[in-house]
Design a protein around this ligand. Structure first.
Ligand code: NDP
Length: 325
């Protein structure tokens, strides 16, 4: 089977699109014929080796995929079932989706919702499913359309694009933060009410700024998240899921203790199954599929390795799907 393989040699890693024997696939009770994988930020880190995402070598990257069950010893799945996989260490500690086949634990799989096809579910991917987890976190903490604007950082990226479309579909007024002014029309097309230059969130962090937003979804971390927190309205809520700007958080406690702001952490990798099923059900119900198509680019399997560095430069818009077979 064709697969991207990351091999480690001393301090460097070698990445190639190569042939791998199927009997080298890791343990698991379900064998999936992969239809689509995708390129997420974490995949780009793994393929370039820019961060220690891969914990075991050799590794097939790809933190998500969609496909059809070929063999199953798991009670919930039979050959022919169409499935989605996101996270669980796949592409990090367990061979992932950038291969023609994947063997995984059936417990990790989510059945494809009836209203989506395998390409659409891949276009949503881990980025889109994480955006939905962020929206659900805002809802869980009481944010409702009508409370005020919701700010989304990294809006032209994968998580950000899906978050903008989802929030707009729910009737929220979305303020999309981007470092790419040229993407303003794209973001308005997804439903953003306003587009904010990233520089408004990268300056010196004050303990409290002007009260601007009722909620936020942040993919950046660092100064961007700290500034976002300082500009939340009273009892605002920020769902934080990313580190595109950095791992640090140069914030003060002022927004928490003086404005009752909530910082809600969002993790998609080890997220329990009931929450995944709920997120995918909402994605199937709420996401405008025409907007999903607008934010999706298809990339040939053979081009993945060369595209990964560009991805980390923030030069890629929306979501990338990779037809694998
Ligand atoms: P993308 O690369 O598609 O999007 C990231 C976007 O962030 C870029 O497009 C850019 O948007 C913006 N950005 C880039 N650099 C900076 C910077 N220095 N400061 C502020 N903004 C920046 O990645 P994904 O959408 O796939 O992932 C986004 C983040 O979310 C990543 O950090 C990823 O690791 C994380 N993530 C976390 C998950 C979890 O489970 N917690 C799951 C999925 C993703 P623009 O040009 O519009 O400003």
């Amino acid at each position: 089977m064709k697969a991207i393989l990351i091999e480690k040699a001393e301090d460097t890693q070698a990445v190639s699109l190569t042939d791998v024997a199927e009997d080298q696939l890791p343990e698991g009770d379900v064998l999936v014929e992969v239809a689509y994988s995708t390129l997420n930020y974490k995949d780009a880190l793994a393929i370039t080796g820019k961060a220690p995402v891969v914990r075991r070598f050799p590794m097939v990257p790809g933190i998500d995929f969609t496909g059809t069950v070929a063999e199953s010893r798991h009670a919930d799945f039979k050959p022919g079932d169409r499935v989605i996989l996101n996270g669980w260490g796949v592409g990090e500690t367990h061979w992932g989706g950038l291969a023609e086949r994947a063997r995984v634990r059936g417990d990790w799989l989510v059945p494809l919702p009836a209203s989506l096809d395998l390409r659409q579910a891949a276009a949503i991917g881990t980025a889109g499913y994480t955006a939905m987890l962020c929206v659900l976190a805002l809802e869980r903490h009481g944010v409702r359309p009508g409370d005020g604007e919701i700010v989304v950082s990294g809006a032209a990226g994968g998580v950000g694009s899906v978050a903008v479309a989802l929030l707009a579909a729910q009737g929220y007024e979305v303020a999309a933060v981007t470092g790419r002014a040229a993407e303003a029309d794209y973001l308005r097309g997804l439903g953003a009410a306003s587009v904010i230059d990233r520089s408004e969130l990268t300056g010196k962090v004050r303990p409290l700024g002007r009260e601007r937003w009722a909620g936020g979804i942040d993919v950046a971390g660092s100064t961007v998240l700290a500034n976002m927190l300082s500009m939340m309205k009273y009892r605002g809520v920020v769902a934080a899921c990313g580190l595109a700007a950095g791992m640090d958080l140069p914030a003060s406690v002022a927004p928490f203790i003086l404005r009752g702001v909530t910082l809600a952490g969002v993790d998609s990798v080890m997220c329990p199954k009931p929450d995944r099923l709920a997120a995918w059900a909402r994605l199937a119900r709420d996401l405008d599929l025409a907007k999903l198509e607008e934010m999706t680019t298809e990339l040939a399997f053979a081009e993945v390795i060369d595209t990964a560095p560009k991805f980390l430069d923030g030069a890629v818009r929306g979501r990338i799907v990779i037809p694998v077979t």
